[in-house]
Design a protein around this ligand. Sequence first.
Ligand SMILES: *Cc1c(COP(=O)(O)O)cnc(C)c1O
Length: 388
Amino acid sequence: MTAETVLARINVMKPWLGDEEARALAEVVASGWVAQGPKVKEFEADFSHAHQVRHAVATSSCTSALHLALVVAGVGPGDDVVVPSLSFIATANAVAYVGARPVFCDVDPATGNVTAETIHAALTLDTRAVIVVDQGGVPVDLDPIRELCNRHELTVIEDAACAVGSTYKGRPVGTGADVAVWSFHPRKILTTGEGGMLTTHRADWAARARTLREHSMSVSATDRHGSLLAPPEVYLEIGFNYRMTDLQAAVGIVQLSRLPQIVERRREIAAQYVARLSGLKGLRFVADPPYGATNFQSFWLEVLPAFPTDREGLLARLADAGISARRGIMAAHRQPAYRWRDTGNAALQHTERLTDRTLILPVFHELDASGLDRVIACIRAAAGEVGT
Ligand SMILES: *Cc1c(COP(=O)(O)O)cnc(C)c1O
């Protein structure tokens, strides 16, 4: 290859950030108040409004929000929490943080999400809560899960890390859970660099999460600095430093205002992939389930035996063409951190098939027509089609 023919690398994801975010950041810097303060409050109000939920509590990450969710739900040692193995490892880790046991359940082979049936198969006498995940942005079918969990008096926590902008039966995901958590890591739909959010309809849980995120201080730092002579603070229980900063929140406010555009563009790109690749044998694409719409945080495809190469072969072809695709969602039960732990004995066959056979294609706001053409041409060539 000569220097002229070296093509620019196409990443799997690139956050859409611009002048507006830079201006918002500059304003916060100029204000002199950079830690958790008025911007965090404003971001929380915008987020709860957009997600049709009463309370939103901003955090340092989705992982810290998950930890807080389990604490406010009262989950602790001796409790079992059903979680999908097919998820980023933070889902299971948060359960371990509170001293409870993650019990892995399988997923639906079409959506990659847990269902009432797969959860039911993993219930134990000690099950106290369930963490459902809108994997890659695909909404989980919550109503039957809610019904099952109500019957067994289980708390439903929704790990909506990937699902900002996804809908379930016409409403934003997360509204049907007891508590939902969200991520603003750059790999997700909206970004604040690092950051997360906890949402709930329960005022008592929101209030406790707010206190816990700030060392469980009886007087928040904002209020303390707002008064000349602050009252003495009391530490009500052992809390954490899980605060978001105003620098992050200012970026989040701008990002959230662009959510409809971001989701629209992602859905356009996904539609292009499907339209131009679905004629190929041996590939199956992620799609909207009948009850909702995904934001295509991850556009994944499953490489079936009818395709000329396997998943690893296709990933290598893409890498050779300068395209950075990714293996599909990991399976936590296979990781050393969990392999030797007692996590129940569920059969996880769909989880294993999906984690072994799926790959995630580049989708990001500024992926242009020529980038998309390159990805599509590479996959068509791998399928044995010439001159495409
Ligand atoms: C990314 C992700 C997390 C962790 O989010 P952070 O904000 O990086 O802590 C948790 N759960 C799922 C399903 C994720 O995809």
